[in-house]
Design a protein. Structure first.
Length: 202
């Protein structure tokens, strides 16, 4: 099972709007993908890609997904009560680089649902008068003295969602809890999950 195929199977009839540096391996009738080429990895470029994806989406709200994350089925069923807000899932974890356990995380942009116009307005504000791409601003928008969001609401899925450190992203490590969790409901053990989803463990 690939991470992309897993997301496409779980999303139901929701359309997908993505901006990627490489071509998507799997395409469906309800998937719109814009390929931008190798522009490099940074927090700034992430924000720009998110902005471009949201601009393509004629929808009321957007559900964020990233290529190095796995999502529970109920993540895609959450409908935000308000469209002038961002909602972040609290049931999230991190699978560290080359490890067979998870750590608990508190918050991440990869696990949020937001009113489309509300989130796009925020990105337009942050990216105003900026270049199209920038690989130097790794922690954008901290480099311009702004938070990504002024604040957010919370929701909790029944089963966990989590990001994975594969060695191919911008960082091999990120902030998380210290307790080692070897098994999660729905997902099973981290060891078996690595094999099932072909997460690089070399």
């Amino acid at each position: 099972m690939s991470i992309l195929k897993d997301m496409l199977l779980k999303k139901g009839n929701l359309p997908v709007f993505s901006v990627t540096q490489d071509d998507m391996v799997i395409k469906t009738e309800d998937t719109t993908n814009k390929i931008i080429g190798n522009v490099g990895t940074s927090g700034f470029n992430f924000c720009r890609q998110l902005q471009m994806a949201i601009e393509m989406a004629d929808v009321d709200y957007v559900i964020s997904c990233e290529a190095d994350c796995l999502y529970s089925p109920d993540y895609f069923t959450f409908v935000p009560p308000k469209l002038d807000a961002v909602y972040r899932n609290t049931n999230i974890y991190l699978l560290p680089y080359q490890q067979e356990y998870w750590h608990k995380k508190s918050s991440q942009t990869a696990f949020q649902v937001a009113g489309r116009d509300f989130l796009l307005d925020r990105l337009n504000y942050l990216l105003k008068d900026q270049p199209t791409w920038n690989t130097e601003m790794k922690n954008f928008p901290k480099e311009i003295g702004e938070p990504f969001l002024e604040g957010w609401e919370e929701f909790t899925t029944e089963y966990a969602c989590f990001g994975m450190k594969t060695g191919e992203g911008m960082r091999k490590h990120s902030a998380s809890g210290k307790t080692k969790i070897y098994e999660l409901p729905y997902w099973g053990t981290a060891k078996n999950l690595r094999k099932e989803y072909h997460v690089d463990n070399n």
